[in-house]
Design a protein around this ligand. Structure first.
Ligand code: DON
Length: 573
């Protein structure tokens, strides 16, 4: 329901004249930029840049602030990824994806042989071991310039003093409290309106327990979360409510620095997230498949151009379903999947006039599940020296497990649902049971998050990423093609209509008003099943021109985002 409301709000935003829409004025800066989904959190990051922090400091500060001001996805109880490119051109990634608890089993979500999806939608069996605080700590250890305490403290203040609710957040909280989150006493204590009643725009949300937790993290570092009082609260809550995460899980959790996946597209370098995200691999695979075709000559929104993109999506998502998983547990043939040679083989199977059938391409395995929801958040950061950060992190569903840790005031994720939950059973109803992404203790579940940095001739051109579950990779493809293939500026590339095909179900969903009826009809004639849907993604992006001027584009599909510069801090607390 809340997603429908969000989609409705976003559709309105897209259909009003763009000049009147929020965030229309391009925000440019030479002193750094933070583009994220919640204005007060973007401002926190920009303030850190203004104090001499680098892009990693600002990204960490933004992430902690989003955990306060954007509770549906901003988090300390979830996980995610971060890509960093330093001014000297080195690039690396941080993997802080959640892990399956040590007590988890491959069949833990089966009841009478069927997946019981309620167990991963909400509650205490749904969370993986959170990774965010360790990951941000690792990134800080590698690159941080300001002290950890200095960059975490603004989030403590936001939680402690409160912040003003937007209409969208007030409605979202009311919806949660009267629905799934209302089941959890600690969640109602944390997020319910004091004295009862419903939240309204302009009310102040104060989160005292979260402030306490964040203060412990600010003073004690990540160990406070994984080994101290906070770990005790998580373990206690889990034990009291039939959850699996223990103190041992928390103490053993490690974030990892990993080499990014890299691809080339028409002279641009694509730097993106390796497994356990499928994002970077599938993105580069799709770009490679598309490179031999002249999409620009065919016209950006022509049926011929969209057809080729759909065929690239179909093939990359099939490989995703076949091969992708946690590289610490399974062999993932990334080098082959992102090779030009593999792409040539795939491109050769595309009929430029006719849709392929997904089931024909992937006869050996059948439909993957499409149970991913669309609450995650992406932020892009650049500093005055050109250090760039792309980070996407998540609780998985909106407000994750909906369960707040008692006394500690933060929400836990429901990321376990991203695993394949029924071993060996892949069926037309949308379940997948292939081996690479089955549950094993300590394993990370496969993700689609695709934080991405694009460079050309050794300089950053684009920083992007998005929420949206499995649609993420296609949203990022759209923004990257907008800039690299269609020569759009970042505003237009982010505004451009998006579509999604994920191999199975064999359907393409195109944003409403994204393309003409004639194009939809032509795609149908080619054999595609076309749905016209709501909005897709929230790609908060930054483009940098040859003179080093950065332009930010907060995605207008979601209310509340902002491109913040150190000089332009406006949001009310
Ligand atoms: O890691 C993933 O791919 C998903 N858990 C992300 C979920 C998501 O994007 C939901 N939100 N918008």
């Amino acid at each position: 329901m809340i997603r429908r409301i969000a989609a409705a709000v976003a559709v309105v935003a897209l259909t009003v004249p763009l000049a009147a829409a929020i965030g229309d004025v391009p925000v440019t800066s030479r002193d750094g930029l933070v583009v994220c989904s919640s204005a007060p959190a973007c401002d926190v990051g920009a303030k850190i840049l203004g104090r001499g922090g680098n892009a990693v400091d600002a990204a960490i500060a933004t992430a902690f602030a989003l955990a306060v001001t954007h509770p549906s996805a901003g988090n300390i109880g979830g996980g995610g990824f971060m890509i960093v490119r330093t001014p000297n051109g080195d690039a690396t990634t941080f993997d802080f994806r959640e892990k399956a608890p040590l007590k988890s089993t491959r069949t833990m979500y089966l009841r009478d042989g069927e997946i019981d999806i309620s167990l991963t939608n909400a509650g205490y069996l749904a969370p993986g071991v959170p990774g965010t605080v360790r990951g941000l700590g690792l990134a800080h250890k590698r690159f941080g310039k300001l002290s950890w305490r200095e960059i975490v403290t603004p989030a403590v203040q936001l939680a402690d003093e409160g912040f003003v609710l937007s209409d969208a957040l007030a409605r979202s909280l009311n919806h949660q409290l009267s629905g799934a989150m209302g089941r959890f006493h600690a969640s109602v204590e944390a997020y319910g309106k004091p004295g009862g009643g419903t939240w309204a725009a302009g009310d102040r949300l104060v989160l005292k327990d979260l402030a306490k937790t964040l203060r412990l993290i600010a003073t004690g570092g990540p160990d406070a979360f994984y080994k101290g009082w906070i770990a005790d609260r998580i373990a206690e809550d889990m034990a009291a409510n039939g959850g699996l995460i223990t103190k041992e899980d928390l103490a053993k959790y490690e974030a990892k620095e990993r080499a990014p996946v890299r691809g080339q597209y028409r002279g641009y370098e694509i730097i993106s997230m390796p497994p356990p995200s499928s994002g970077g691999t599938a993105l580069i695979e799709m770009l490679n498949v598309l490179e031999p075709f002249d999409l620009k000559a065919k016209g950006r929104n022509s049926a011929d151009s969209l057809h080729l993109q759909i065929e690239a999506m179909r093939r990359a998502y099939l490989d995703r379903a076949r091969f992708l998983g946690d590289p610490d547990f399974v062999e993932v043939p990334v080098a082959r999947l992102i090779s030009k040679e593999h792409a040539r083989t795939l491109s050769g199977t595309i009929d430029p006039l006719k849709a392929s059938r997904s089931v024909d391409l992937g006869k050996d395995i059948v439909a993957p599940s499409s149970q991913e929801s669309d609450e995650t958040t992406h932020f892009s950061v650049i500093d005055r020296n050109g250090m760039a950060v792309a980070s996407t992190y998540t609780l998985e569903g909106s407000y994750g497990s909906r369960a707040v840790v008692k006394g500690a005031g933060f929400l836990l994720n429901n990321e376990m649902g991203d695993f394949n939950k029924n071993p060996g059973v892949t069926d037309g109803a949308g379940n997948i049971g292939t081996a690479a992404n089955l549950i094993d203790p300590g394993k990370r579940m496969l993700s689609s998050m695709t934080p991405t940095i694009v460079t050309r001739n050794g300089r950053v051109v684009l920083i992007t990423g998005s929420p949206g579950g499995r649609t993420i990779i296609n949203t990022v493809l759209s923004v990257v093609l907008g800039v690299t293939e269609f020569d759009l500026d970042v505003r237009d590339a982010v505004d451009a209509p998006r579509m999604h095909h994920q191999w199975l179900p064999d359907t393409v969903t195109i944003e409403r008003d994204g393309v003409t009826e004639e194009v939809v009809q032509k795609l149908r004639t080619m054999g595609h099943t076309v749905n016209v849907g709501g909005t897709q993604g929230d790609a908060n992006s930054i483009q940098v021109d040859e003179a080093g001027l950065a332009t930010g584009a907060a995605d207008r599909r979601s209310p509340g985002g902002k491109a913040s510069t150190p000089a332009g801090l406006t949001s009310p607390r």
